[in-house]
Ligand binder design. Structure first.
Ligand code: NAG
Ligand code: NAG
Ligand code: NAG
Ligand code: NAG
Ligand code: NAG
Length: 367
């Protein structure tokens, strides 16, 4: 009885030893082939994983760094070039290193579109640009409400393209050209610009709204979006480099995509000059946001002097309208926008979006 039990136990031990031997053999074989693969160069040539193996046999490699297992190898010297253009660019620095600070801005020397083009050869068709040496943190659509100001546009492009390039963002320039000769409507044109820019490229995450006659005097005034809606033109020459009043939001401003949608975009019902920027300021405050600005010495702007445009007379209703923003902003905005697209043309330095936005509703004459 005990003898039988001993026999069974012995048999089990033998089986276990045999299994261990088999396992040992397999492991040895795997190790053997790995070493074999590393030492015989020709083997790696048929291996598909060509370059790293071939180079690991280079005698100039420092001792003691030989790869233990081909896959994990690749020192910087040999991988730098191999991965070449596939290697992701570093993120652009928060504060771009190539800024120059205060700029001399003047509008006396004649300016031609040919010259602007010649001086900005790396701007792509439609006025688009992407930094070649780093990965931009934001993609910015710059929207300019426009009519009959070709002369100003040339100066604006001449100054802005080099500034924006130094600021290391991806950007596109869009002029939103009001079709016809009816009363101008800046805010409605900007609403159109928001939608049309996104139709052009759906990954814009920042929108900057600039008048065509305003050029910053300092490139540290970074054209991008911030935690809060941004007012860039905090010190314009025509206001003696001061804010005309605390709630001023005119000239150049910027909102991220979500900030813009949160306030239902801009009002569509401000025809003629004035008021729409105050309405936008109200929308921002009423939605619990706060306007941010650059400091006075960085937010300086030059304005190109001009006569007031025809069909952009001061809007007499503007003072009463801005008192009703809280009521009107829900129904009047990007959600209620209507317009007819007339034409989109991509020029070398900008994209021209011409749009028919209609005319102000006729109202009974007041007696
Ligand atoms: C292996 O390297 C040679 C030259 O080093 C190259 O011509 C060949 O295309 C490479 N083959 C593979 C599979 O990478
Ligand atoms: C080894 O590397 C050096 C420099 O990295 C290079 O000049 C040399 O041609 C390489 N030799 C072989 C056999 O790849
Ligand atoms: C690498 O090893 C060789 C021979 O083993 C030796 O002659 C050489 O000096 C060593 N090089 C380094 C950098 O240690
Ligand atoms: C490899 O690197 C050299 C110098 O760093 C560079 O001139 C060359 O263009 C690179 N080649 C590729 C394919 O990236
Ligand atoms: C934009 O396009 C419209 C319609 O073709 C044209 O009348 C206008 O002159 C263009 N403006 C600019 C600045 O390109």
């Amino acid at each position: 009885m005990t003898r039988l039990l001993l026999g069974v136990t012995l048999e089990r031990i033998c089986k276990a030893v045999l299994l261990l031997c088999l396992l040992h053999f397999v492991i040895i074989m795997i190790l053997y082939f790995d070493v074999y693969a590393q030492h015989l160069d020709f083997f790696s040539r048929f291996n598909g994983r060509n370059s790293s193996r071939a180079q690991s046999s280079n005698s100039s490699r420092p001792n003691g760094t030989a790869p233990s297992c081909g896959l994990a190898s690749a020192d910087p010297a040999s991988s730098a070039n191999r991965s070449g253009t596939e290697k992701p660019l570093p993120l652009c620095q928060e504060v771009p290193p190539g800024l120059v600070g205060r700029l001399l801005i003047e509008f006396n020397s004649p300016m031609s579109m040919e010259r602007v083009q010649r001086e900005n050869p790396d701007v792509q068709e439609g006025g688009k640009y992407v930094p070649p040496d780093c990965q931009p943190r934001q993609k910015v659509a710059i929207l300019i409400p426009f009519r009959h100001r070709e002369h100003h546009l040339r100066y604006w492009l001449h100054y802005m393209h080099p500034i924006l390039r130094r600021q290391k963002v991806a950007y596109g320039i869009y002029i939103i050209n009001q079709y016809g000769e009816d009363t101008f409507n800046r805010a409605k044109l900007l609403n159109v610009g928001f939608l049309e820019a996104l139709k052009d490229e759906d990954d814009y995450d920042c929108f900057i709204f600039s008048d065509v006659d305003l050029v910053p005097m300092d490139d540290r005034n970074l054209y991008r979006c911030y935690e809060q809606p941004r007012h860039f033109a905090s010190a314009m020459d025509k206001f003696s480099f001061r804010l005309p009043y605390a709630g001023y939001f005119g000239g150049v401003s910027g909102l991220s995509r979500s900030q813009f949608l949160k306030i239902n975009g801009f009002p569509n019902e401000y025809w003629g000059w004035g008021g729409e920027d105050d309405d936008i300021f109200n929308r921002i405050s009423l939605n619990g946001m706060k306007v941010s600005r650059p400091s006075g010495h960085i937010g300086r702007y030059r304005m190109i002097k001009h006569e007031r445009d025809k069909h952009n007379e001061p809007n007499p209703q503007r003072f009463t309208k801005i008192q009703n923003t809280k009521v009107t902003m829900k129904r009047d905005g990007i959600s209620s926008l209507q317009y007819q697209l007339v034409e989109v043309t991509r020029w070398p330095m900008y994209t021209n979006i011409t749009v028919d936005i209609g005319k102000p509703p006729s109202r009974p004459a007041r007696g």
